[in-house]
Design a protein around this ligand. Structure first.
Ligand code: HEC
Length: 470
């Protein structure tokens, strides 16, 4: 390492990321002369055709950048670029590869007479309801109607293309990505009637626009179209409230009488590693809010006793596997590094110490994608798809998709179908593209797939079904 580099690096401990250049600049300065301005090749090979002489895994590509193939005319960059820079170049190559394949993918998934063909099935889309706001979560009631949350604070019940408002949740704090978020039916709903909701909530008066808040969980019942019997299930002390408008987490699931829910890092990533902070955690409480005695950190001084796992960035997808026991989540990565994880008691999922992503401005975060004591993701996306909710497919409408995992993507406007073998992901295909930001996906009682789609600009949302076409 050169003296200059070493000075810069030690300096960067004081002023974060000062020594790092934007990856696009690095590429244009050092690589474009041989690999072309848009990575499509020149005297060096194309880096966006997904053909790899030296291997196609992230590690292989990083290796060849670092050590080069000098005899073949590819210089070694390990003395000029840091491991972090090299990691960012790998992410850039993945981004550009995906961008290059987009036109073809869009053509393959374009509807013909309203019918889309993907992964062995044909389907059409039907809009059940349109609302004037961002739609976030949904749940199926036994009478065939569907509950949908609108982020601005309303819970809607939708049936036969009719919609009625059940409640405006009074203390919803609409702020950035916050608002009324998930809705979830107790598995024993038929007997107990409990409906759970998560939302961002503030108790402080607005002070120069800098009001503060964090995720809260309630449950209640709907009788004759009215919201009743509301109880607070989880609420945090004011000292954990922040003015940040990002990363509220908020997905809900119940397994064996335990309620699991997520809170994101609230934009303060280091706190995801601290057990005395709620940021970047999955929580577990009894379905009435009591703290279970066998939670992993109940006896640890200073730790929040509701914490089940930590080191998460912003988990906004959650579902229970076919065994009825295993909790699957998704979490948003930064630029690159969206993840799928199986959540286990007391485990550390690594954020922000390890990640497959980089900063949004193209500067690196870390060269580390894995470390001992931290759980590797089951699956990750580089580039990020802005991964949101997930559901395992069950039902007869799409038999070839049975037991596969449906994954919604927002910025990418994609629905993915993942082939799951045991606890590993064998294949990842895209089955819907460019119909709107997909915030939630759920398999309905008859095996029809329901989506919540939001438009990028207009802030309107739709409840849409994917129906099989023979
Ligand atoms: C002086 C020209 C030159 C420059 C500059 C250069 N490369 Fe290369 N690179 C090559 C050549 C030539 C090959 C093909 C080597 C071969 O075919 O064995 C190559 C191969 C590669 C490969 C492996 C491709 C494969 O099929 O496995 C990667 C990845 C790569 N370069 C990335 C980069 C990056 C990133 C930079 C900038 C930091 C860079 N290169 C700068 C000439 C260059």
């Amino acid at each position: 390492m050169s003296i200059v580099r070493r000075v810069l690096l030690s300096f960067s401990f004081l002023i974060a990321s000062i020594s790092y250049a934007d990856v696009t600049n690095i590429y244009q300065t050092h690589c474009s002369g041989c690999h072309g301005k848009n990575l499509s090749g020149g005297s060096g090979s194309s880096l966006i055709d997904n053909e790899w002489k030296y291997g196609g895994r992230d590690e292989d590509i990083a290796q060849v950048i670092k050590y080069g193939a000098p005899d073949m005319g590819m210089p070694a960059w390990g003395k000029i670029l840091t491991d972090e820079d090299v990691r960012s170049l790998v992410i850039l190559i993945r981004e550009e590869t995906k961008a290059a394949s987009l036109t073809q993918m869009q053509a393959e998934l374009a509807p013909e007479n309203g019918v889309i063909e993907a992964s062995g099935h044909k389907y059409s889309l039907t809009t059940l309801a349109e609302l004037n706001g961002v739609l976030w979560g949904m749940a199926f009631l036994p009478d065939g109607s569907i509950l949908v949350t609108e982020r601005s604070g309303s819970l809607w019940q939708i049936s036969d293309k009719k919609k009625r408002k059940i409640i405006d949740v009074a203390d919803v704090w609409q702020h950035g990505q916050g608002g009324l978020l998930d809705v979830y039916l107790h598995p024993d709903y038929l007997n107990n009637g409990w409906i759970y909701m998560s939302y961002s909530h503030s108790v402080e008066p607005k002070l120069f626009g800098r009001d503060k808040g964090i995720t809260k969980i309630i449950r209640g019942k709907i009788r004759n179209g009215q919201w009743q019997d509301q109880q607070t299930i989880f609420e945090l002390d004011d000292k954990f409230h922040t003015s940040a408008g990002v990363h509220f987490g908020s997905r809900l699931a119940i397994i064996d009488g335990y309620l699991f829910f997520s809170i994101g890092d609230r934009g303060d990533m280091a706190l995801a590693q601290q057990l005395d902070k709620p940021n970047g955690k999955i929580f577990r409480v009894h379905d009435d809010g009591r703290v279970p005695k066998d939670n992993p950190f109940v006896d640890q001084k200073g730790a929040l006793p509701e914490i089940w796992s930590y080191g998460h960035r912003n988990p906004q997808g959650m579902t229970v596997a076919r065994d009825g026991k295993t909790l699957w989540i998704t979490e948003h990565g930064p630029r690159g590094g969206d993840e799928i994880n199986i959540v286990e008691k007391g485990k550390n999922y690594g954020w922000p110490v390890v990640t497959h992503g980089m900063n949004y401005n193209g500067t690196p975060m870390t060269a580390h994608t894995s470390k001992p004591g931290m759980v590797d993701p089951l699956h990750y996306w580089v580039p990020s798809i802005a991964v949101s909710d997930i559901d395992f497919y069950s039902g007869e409408a799409f038999p070839l998709w049975k037991n596969r995992l449906l994954v919604s993507g927002m910025a990418s406007e994609e629905l993915h179908l993942l082939d799951v073998k045991g606890n590993s992901i064998e294949e990842d295909r895209i089955i819907l593209k460019n119909r709107g930001r997909i915030r939630d996906v759920a398999v309905g009682p008859k095996g029809v797939i329901y989506l919540l789609l939001n438009n990028r600009g207009s802030k309107t949302g739709k409840l849409v079904t994917m129906n099989p076409v023979k």
